[in-house]
Design a protein around this ligand. Structure first.
Ligand code: BG6
Length: 414
């Protein structure tokens, strides 16, 4: 049975309810979330930047059709009561600031003394950075351009195989959760990956990335008898986004197809879980792992947290937003070929039961990750699948119902 999720929404959150749902602001054909509708909700505080945008748009004397052209346009209006259309032209990207002169991106291989494990440290010229272990192909750190950590890594995380590292972004393959006969979340997260010597052409324009690969081992063939190549590219974009692209290829020589599920199991660092809301999942069905995976329907207009949550939302839109009011920042997660979304917080009781997790750490983490579980992927020999998750950290001026992160970052450069 589905249960209404939102009973406490935090001081700055809107409360879920039939009143809000009845309004056009919350109807989303094709599962488009409220915040993808670029019209700000009427009752939301409009940040001071909006008048500036209106002014700029009035100056442009340009009223485009709704469909996006080469420049993308944003609608500022009043939810169907005569939407005012205004065009905001994209500003050309500014030249790099003087302090960037001579700074270049780098990727360095480092052996962690304490653990003996090899990791790659990615440093993007504008300041963001990431750390990626060969063990698990796991991102364990991601800092934005201001050097702030965006991912949660437990203080009690074990770096000793075969335990998976608790935190960062775990690659769950070929099985997510316990939906199958393999070990929980599959074996990829606790195998030693290699550097991919022949990576495919990068999808990104980023010059700061690392390519890793995992192939079958004799040991794994006993439980999952397939030859495969699992590739992972971890990239930092100039604005500090973290982009993960996975490619999985069936290399079976015996002509057999294989099937798998997959997730980027992402542990975000948050300031106070009770002040966090996840948007974009409203009205969706989900499997509730706390109720024997029964199928429920999300009743709230956002997911909020006041007890253990362990769900897989099905067929979610391509963008999901996690808003951390306390830290005044928002993570915008974009995904491709990964329709489902894992949302997990163990809360106090389970936290105490996990040996590699601090008793109080549930307060400052939240897993929200792109996944593919309801409709597993089947690949025939020679076929390849590609999935992608891109996370953009944006400051607090970006909140539910407002503009997209790229726009905010452009505005900050005005
Ligand atoms: C979530 C599962 O995805 O991962 C939870 O739905 C599980 O049931 C959690 O507890 C952590 O899993 P693990 O194997 O890393 O402890």
């Amino acid at each position: 049975m589905g249960r209404p999720v939102a009973s406490y929404l935090g001081p700055k959150a809107t409360r879920a309810g039939s009143k809000a749902r009845a309004g056009s602001a919350h109807s989303h054909p094709g599962h488009e979330p409220a915040w993808l509708d670029s019209t700000p909700p009427i009752n939301k505080k409009v940040p001071p930047i909006i008048p500036l945008l209106l002014f700029q748009s009035q100056c442009s004397l340009h009223f485009p059709p709704r469909s996006p052209g080469p420049n993308r346009h944003f609608l500022l209006g009043d939810h169907g009561r005569g939407v005012r259309r205004r065009a905001i032209q994209r500003l050309p990207p500014r030249a790099d600031p003087p302090w960037m002169a001579g700074r270049a991106s780098s990727v360095e291989r480092v052996k962690e003394r304490s653990t003996g494990l090899d990791k790659f440290v990615l440093r993007e010229a504008r300041g963001s950075s990431a750390e990626v272990y060969l063990y698990g192909g796991q991102v364990t750190s991601w800092k934005n351009n201001s050097g702030e950590q965006q991912l949660f890594l437990s203080k009690k995380a074990s770096f000793k195989p075969p335990k998976a590292i608790r935190g960062g972004i775990q690659i769950c393959f070929p099985q997510l959760g316990n939906h199958g006969v393999l070990e929980q979340h599959g074996f990829a997260r606790n195998r030693l990956w290699s550097v991919d010597e022949s990576p495919p052409l990068p999808d990104t324009t980023s010059d700061c990335h690392i390519d890793l690969i995992l192939k079958q081992s004799e040991e794994d063939m006993k439980t999952w008898p397939h030859s495969y190549e699992l590739r992972l590219q971890v990239a930092l974009s100039p604005r500090g986004d973290l982009i993960l692209t996975s490619r999985i290829k069936n290399k079976n020589a015996d002509g057999k197809p294989f099937q798998f599920t997959f997730a980027f199991h992402t542990y975000f660092s948050v300031s106070d879980i009770s002040e966090v809301r996840v948007e974009g999942l409203d009205t969706l069905d989900y499997h509730d792992n706390l109720q024997s995976k029964i199928r429920c329907t999300e009743q709230g207009d956002a997911v909020v947290f006041e007890s253990e949550v362990d769900r897989i939302y099905l067929s979610a839109p391509p963008k999901i937003v996690t808003i951390d009011h306390e830290k005044k920042r928002t993570f915008v997660l974009r995904k491709k070929e990964l329709p489902d979304v894992v949302v997990w917080n163990p809360w106090d009781r389970k936290a105490k039961a996990m040996p590699d997790f601090g008793a109080e750490e549930y307060k400052c983490m939240l897993c929200v990750g792109a996944a593919r579980i309801e409709k597993p992927i089947t690949l025939r020999p020679g076929e390849e699948w590609q999935g992608r998750q891109e996370i953009s950290p944006v400051p607090s001026s970006y909140s539910s119902g407002l503009l997209d992160p790229e726009m905010i970052q452009q505005m900050q450069r005005i």
